[in-house]
Design a protein around this ligand. Structure first.
Ligand SMILES: [Zn+2]
Length: 386
């Protein structure tokens, strides 16, 4: 009758975003509310619950869930201390358990603690004791620190980018945890660290060069002694000391096999890593390209300002350059600007407002951009089938 504790603490940060994340940016759930929510979504905890719920012998101990809905700036010290304190208190208050599933992202960073996940696992280990199995699920953009591996029994990571295997990753974590709790397997992990920060289309796991390493990892998981394996390449904007790229393999009590296979995955990555870069185009070149563009759609990407990687998303550099170069293309330019949005809502549909666009969150000089904006929403109709 294994008792399984579940805890979640997920956030990805860009340390270059000067806007700190706070406690209120997280969705916090505890106990039954945590289970009720996760049973309705196809995320990692949802996947793990689908496995635990299928096993009538499992008793669930839902402890704590802190989930940052998207990526953001470094977590403020007070927010981190509150979340970490609440999470650890929930483990202290729990009845004795036989195993723990930790759902983490891996690319968290707070003021004063640059490896929050490793710290949490170390503290959880002190509370739980040395012999309670802990399995951790991670985003492949997480930072796989030594401390995280030291204080857990095994990790599993997404195999897909773009991410479409949240649920399956949780299932893999849960199945592995139950096997460890049952005494069927004894996990041992090998990690290979590679000094590479990579981005771009070659990282798309279905079509890019990264697939060679990822497919090898998946094959190891299907082999008799393979328990978990993966490639992780971190979030390049989480500027912490251990940021790098990693291959890892977890085997059933076979360190030599784990080491050999982790090196094999690492070599499959390294063979292709030079391609995993995106050539940069500066703003002057960009405006030349835009002015010469006559047909179809042109995508101009400022990846370092992507909110999905934790940036402030309020740079207007591309839009400003296009306007200053008298570019006549119609432009769709997503820019974070809460005051401008509020002003638009206050003015109402059809009104014209005069506002600046961008530069409201980032402390760096952002050249407020004057704009006249008319808010004219259109409705799209969908025909019913009956
Ligand atoms: Zn990710």
């Amino acid at each position: 009758m294994p008792r399984i504790l579940i805890a979640e603490c997920k956030q990805e940060v860009s340390t270059f975003n000067p806007h700190l994340s706070g406690y209120d940016d997280f969705g916090i759930r505890r106990g039954a509310a945590m289970l009720a929510y996760h049973r309705t979504v196809r995320n990692e905890v949802g996947g793990a619950l689908s496995v635990f719920d299928d096993d009538p012998s499992v008793t669930l101990v839902p402890a704590y869930s802190a989930f940052f809905i998207t990526s953001g700036g470094t977590l403020a010290k007070t927010a981190w201390e509150r979340i970490a304190g609440e999470l650890l208190d929930s483990i202290r208050a729990a009845p004795p358990v036989d195993g723990v599933y930790f759902c983490l992202h891996g690319a968290m960073a707070s003021e004063g603690e640059l490896d929050p996940e490793g710290w949490l696992l170390a503290e959880a280990r002190k509370i739980l004791g040395a012999h309670i199995p802990i399995v951790v699920s991670l985003d492949l953009h997480g930072i796989l620190t030594d401390r995280m591996l030291q204080h857990s029994d095994a990790v599993v990571a997404y195999h897909t980018y773009s991410h479409v295997d949240f649920f399956e990753t949780g299932q893999r974590a849960a199945k592995l945890l139950l096997r460890i709790v049952a005494g069927e397997v004894k996990p041992v992990t090998a990690k290979v660290t590679m000094p590479a920060l990579v981005r771009g289309d070659e990282l798309i796991t279905a079509t890019g060069s990264i697939r060679h390493a990822v497919e090898a990892a998946k094959a190891i998981e299907q082999s008799p002694r393979g328990l978990s394996a993966g490639m992780m390449w971190g979030n390049p904007f989480t500027d912490v000391p251990e940021l790098a790229s990693w291959a890892f393999v977890v085997t059933d009590n076979d360190p030599a096999l784990a080491e050999r296979e982790a090196l094999r995955i690492a070599n499959l990555f390294w063979e292709h890593h030079e391609k995993m870069r995106v050539p940069f185009v500066n703003l002057d070149e960009m405006s030349k390209i835009a002015r010469a563009h006559t047909q179809g759609t042109l995508a101009l990407v400022d990846a370092a300002d992507a909110t999905s990687s934790g940036a402030s998303g309020d740079s207007n550099a591309i839009l400003r350059t296009l306007m200053e170069s008298a570019c006549t293309l119609h432009t769709l330019s997503p820019i974070v600007d809460a005051p401008a949005v509020k002003m638009a809502f206050d003015a109402g549909i059809g009104a014209t407002i005069i506002t600046t666009v961008g530069g409201t969150r980032c402390a760096r000089p952002m050249f407020p951009l004057d704009a006249h904006v008319t808010f004219q929403p259109k409705a799209k109709l969908f025909q019913g089938h009956s």
